[in-house]
Write a protein that binds this ligand. Structure first.
Ligand SMILES: NC(=O)c1ccc[n+]([C@@H]2O[C@H](COP(=O)([O-])OP(=O)(O)OC[C@H]3O[C@@H](n4cnc5c(N)ncnc54)[C@H](OP(=O)(O)O)[C@@H]3O)[C@@H](O)[C@H]2O)c1
Length: 249
């Protein structure tokens, strides 16, 4: 295993620095887990989502501030991140007009100078080119990239460009790279590695709620600044085998 395994628990000094967070992409599946868990920590939450998706946040409506709009709209992001100590961004490569890179750039440009910035993406993103992927993973990614772009639905290369800009930034960022995801109860904080291909990640499965948990923890863990941790479920077979972990947290 070539990394630190787990971030700190969020109960130390770092946790005190966070009072208000912005969740960009709050209405999606991952976004709603982020909203719920941020509220449970007692943080103020500002959520950004498309106007048509505001009803998806109905259960939180009286407890959060919702800023409706496209997440690559710089004015929307500027308004939403004002006064926030942390910004959690669900990076999704929708369409073929730079949605992901536009979203990342707006957050990088407008977040408060002291804010911690945490972005989500998948294992296909590489920070230093040292990740090793299976033949099947590479083939599936190549086919998906070409087909999705051909129907002008999704531009995976734009998510790559978004992360290139984040990696080049001197902001206090963390890019959390998710494995395949599943629903289900929390198994505790995922295990992570700096590089895909590390045997600890072999199970390639994380609970979506734990993806959110890791992103929240990253907000308060300075050892994750300028890291792109690839995560896997704490109780997955590969994590158990290579870390000896057998219980949540
Ligand atoms: N799915 C996986 O297996 C997987 C694996 C590894 C990593 N990840 C990463 O996990 C994160 C969340 O992925 P997820 O699959 O769980 O999705 P998700 O949380 O459901 O998020 C999808 C997001 O995309 C938005 N969206 C959907 N259609 C859109 C459109 N046409 N234009 C603009 N925005 C649109 C949604 O907003 P609305 O609510 O407005 O529709 C929502 O915010 C992403 O960063 C992804 O790269 C996912």
């Amino acid at each position: 295993m070539d990394a630190g395994g787990n971030p700190a628990t969020g109960t130390g000094d770092g946790a005190d620095r966070i009072r208000r967070v912005c969740i960009v992409g709050a209405s999606g599946k991952l976004g709603q887990h982020l909203v719920r868990q941020a509220l449970e920590r007692g943080w103020e939450v500002v959520g950004v989502c498309r106007e048509r998706s505001v009803p998806k946040l109905a259960e939180f409506a009286d407890r959060i501030t919702i800023v409706p709009g496209q997440t690559d709209d710089r004015a929307v992001i500027a308004r939403a991140v004002a006064g926030c100590d942390g910004v959690l961004t669900v990076l999704v490569p929708w369409g073929v007009h730079g949605y992901s890179s536009g979203t990342a750039q707006a957050v990088l440009d407008h977040a408060e100078p002291h804010a911690r910035l945490v972005f989500s993406c998948g294992w296909h993103i590489t920070k230093d080119g040292q990740d090793t992927y299976s033949w099947l993973f590479r083939k599936t990614l190549r086919v998906t990239t070409v087909l999705a772009r051909a129907v002008r639905a999704v531009d995976i290369d734009d998510q790559v460009e978004a992360c290139r800009r984040i990696f080049a930034s001197d902001r206090a960022w963390t890019v959390v790279r998710g494995s395949d995801l599943e629903e289900g109860e929390s198994q505790g904080l995922p295990v992570w590695s700096r590089h895909v291909g590390d045997p600890v990640l072999a199970s390639n499965l994380t609970r979506r709620t734990d993806f959110a948990l890791f992103m929240l923890e990253a907000l308060t863990d300075d050892t994750l600044v300028h890291e792109a941790p690839a995560i896997v479920g704490r109780l997955s077979a590969s994590a158990r085998t290579h870390t000896g972990v057998t219980s949540p947290r």
